[in-house]
Write a protein that binds this ligand. Structure first.
Ligand SMILES: [Zn+2]
Ligand SMILES: [Zn+2]
Length: 340
């Protein structure tokens, strides 16, 4: 289906809420009865073809080769090597989120093609720091996001340099390298579901996660616009590499997919188009629905935790009714007279 057909199809339903919709589907890896070929292709296509994740893996390899200092240097914590890591991560974030924002929202190079939310501009209102959604989102992404991301990276390499974090070389154990690579989507997706559900526990939501959810109309900078508590929790899946032997490239890659991918997944556009041709897959409807309805779709399309735990919103009106009921139960106080 070409872009125009998809737009036309989108226009036939839920016009008042969405400019564009797509089916909410999960990786076929978890379909039953099991379909081995479809399962393999669903993981391989999303993660290991010319995609954002392959791009991140490539940049992770280059970063490790060219930018990580030798272990002797990293044995002591010093700004000499910590600052370059912080600045490199900041540059990557500005390049990706800033580039997407300029392309999609400032210069509107794609118009509203494949854009889920019909609104054109991001918000300027008092609910955001600086009364400006974009400035707010940039501030939290850089000040908190890049700092927490870099801290995880710095402590990892400091631990490796001091021999307290186990590692292996690629030539020494290529099987383990590829096993990690295959397992990472499921590991990150499961961790994301669990920590995200935790963040929706009302007290924690009010303290931390509310900040991310001020964004109902999302843009590339919204992805990592989070409270520091959320950044610490969200990126903590990388701690697995602190205790199970891994390769440093995998750690850098893991951190990239945590910290850079949200710029794409929150871009608000299903794909990035250049002259109407797809450049790269970008956002998914699954998470767009989460930002609209809150109490649904806590996971991501890499594993169907939302289906398994009954929190899936597939875009239908029935699902919206289900979510409204869930929110009522979570947030409404019971009558003072008691009752079930
Ligand atoms: Zn989000
Ligand atoms: Zn949430």
């Amino acid at each position: 289906m070409n872009v125009q057909d998809r737009q036309a199809a989108a226009d036939t339903g839920r016009k008042s809420i969405w400019n564009h919709t797509t089916p909410v589907v999960f990786a076929a890896l978890f379909d039953w009865p099991f379909r081995p070929k479809a399962a393999f292709l669903s993981v391989a296509q999303r993660w290991y073809t010319l995609s954002r994740n392959m791009l991140f893996l490539l940049v992770a390899v280059l970063t490790y080769w060219l930018l990580i200092p030798d272990l002797a240097t990293m044995q002591t914590l010093s700004l000499d090597w910590v600052l370059p890591i912080l600045l490199r991560n900041m540059a990557l974030m500005i390049l990706l989120a800033g580039g997407l924002h300029l392309y999609l929202f400032t210069f509107k190079k794609q118009g509203k093609k494949l854009k889920y939310d019909p609104r054109e501009d991001l918000e300027k209102s008092g609910k955001f720091s600086f009364r400006d959604q974009v400035h707010d989102n940039i501030f939290w992404s850089l000040a908190s996001g890049v700092t927490v991301w870099s801290a995880y990276e710095v402590f990892y390499f400091w631990g490796v340099a001091n021999g307290v974090i186990p590692t292996f070389g690629f030539a020494e154990n290529p099987v383990a390298f590829f096993a990690w690579l295959l397992a990472l989507p499921f590991i990150m997706s499961s961790h994301f579901y669990l920590t995200h559900r935790l963040l929706h526990w009302p007290p924690l939501f009010r303290i931390a996660h509310k900040l991310h959810h001020r964004n109902t109309h999302i843009g590339p900078w919204s992805g990592m616009s989070m409270h520091p508590i959320e950044h610490i929790l969200y990126i903590s899946s990388v701690l697995l590499h602190y205790v199970i032997a891994s390769h440093p490239v995998l750690v850098i890659y893991h951190l990239f997919t945590r910290s850079l991918a949200p710029a794409l997944s929150h871009s608000g556009f299903e794909q990035i188009l250049v002259k109407d041709k797809k450049l790269i897959d970008s956002a998914d409807f699954h998470h767009q629905l989460h930002h609209r309805f809150y109490e649904c779709n806590y996971g991501n399309p890499d594993s169907p935790w939302d289906r398994w735990f009954g929190s899936l919103h597939d875009g239908s009106n029935e699902a919206t009714a289900m979510v409204k009921e869930r929110r009522r139960k979570m947030y409404q106080r019971k009558p003072a007279t008691g009752g079930a």
